[in-house]
Design a protein around this ligand. Structure first.
Ligand code: AHR
Length: 334
């Protein structure tokens, strides 16, 4: 018996070491076996990374809400690598947590590990991003934004403001797109929604599109290369604020004025993005709400109690122009 416990404890600490080696993890619970000893729920959360202001706000919301709900949170940061997320999920299965939640870095490639969770009878909740799997029994619910709609809202603003967006006056509105992480749901869906909306105006076209991996540095580098390779850029559509902020740096370095010489549309509405919008350096932001923690904890409690939950919970979101950003900024939470 003692020997068995020792072997199990060694296996758990080895897997914890492996997890630490490939990403970073933290544990707010007392026990290492998924049971905090006080009868509360233990959640294993596999986060994408810390790539953007949005992600930091999302992580804080999850940590704060877990504390508030008395849920023991085991948290890991996958540094934007799918293999790290898979390792984290396997470690949570081994630790027999009560529920696993994660925001999949990319859409595909999850079936095997989710089947392992299902076999272990551990319910899974998707937050923020979806998986592309035909077997919807592999997760209980998906809480997050409608990314296609976000892209459509961005494109619709451009269609509505087409007359002011032909900055070089050549009769066409030439857009460059800074895509999110390749294969990630928000990159795929925002791109699709935007393309769908701008198809209403044949003068608008995306002349170049490349991933900036949702990071500020990525956005800056891709924009620098667009400024060299493309003539007459009128508009930047960045799949998140951070890449838009990186593009602003590149545009300024090229001696141009962001928001005037090149219009900028982004998604998220985090504080840094809203500050740039209020200052006139961004023209429009579609909100993507990162404060998913309270709803996630509520869903987790229900799922662990065996209660029914909706298959899909869509986050409510709005949009901001420059005036609205100035009004909203003083009370903006993130
Ligand atoms: O999945 C949500 C997206 O991921 C946010 O828009 C972006 O900022 C983040 O990195």
């Amino acid at each position: 018996m003692v020997k068995k416990t020792l072997i199990a404890a060694t296996a758990i600490s080895l897997s914890a070491m492996a997890l630490t080696a490939c990403g970073s993890d933290s544990d707010s619970s007392a026990g290492a076996d998924g049971d905090s000893g006080n009868g509360s729920i233990t959640m294993g959360f596999a986060q994408v990374g810390a790539e953007s202001g949005w992600r930091s706000a999302n992580t804080k919301s999850i940590e704060d809400s877990a504390k508030e709900a008395g849920i023991d949170l085991k948290f890991s940061d996958a540094q934007q690598k799918q293999e790290n997320q898979i390792k984290a999920i396997r470690s949570y299965i081994q630790q027999k947590v009560d529920v696993i939640a994660f925001s999949p870095v990319v859409e595909t490639g999850w079936d095997t590990v989710l089947q392992e969770a299902k076999r272990a009878n551990i319910p899974v909740i998707l937050t923020d991003r979806a998986v592309d799997s035909e077997d919807t029994s592999l997760y209980k619910t998906f809480l997050g934004s409608d990314f296609v709609e976000e892209g459509q809202k961005a494109g619709q603003w451009l269609v509505d403001n087409a007359a002011d967006s032909d900055v070089d006056g050549d009769g066409d509105i030439d857009v460059v797109q800074l895509e999110g992480t390749t294969g990630a749901a928000p990159a795929i869906d925002r791109g699709e929604g935007f393309a769908d909306a701008i198809s209403a105006d044949p003068k608008i076209s995306v002349i170049a599109s490349q991933t900036g991996d949702f990071t500020r540095d990525g956005g800056k580098q891709v924009m620098e290369s667009f400024l060299q390779s493309e003539k007459g850029i009128d508009v930047v559509f960045a799949h998140n604020d951070d890449m838009g902020l990186g593009a602003i740096e590149a545009i300024k370095a090229a001696g141009l004025t962001p928001g005037k010489d090149i219009k900028i549309i982004t998604v998220d509405a985090v504080k840094d993005g809203m500050t740039a919008l209020a200052a006139g350096e961004i023209n429009y932001i579609v909100e993507c709400n990162p404060l998913l923690g309270p709803q996630l904890m509520d869903l987790a409690e229900k799922v662990v109690a065996g209660e029914d939950v909706p298959e899909r919970v869509v986050t409510e979101e709005t949009t901001f122009d420059q005036e609205q950003a100035a009004e909203a900024l003083p009370t903006r939470e993130y």
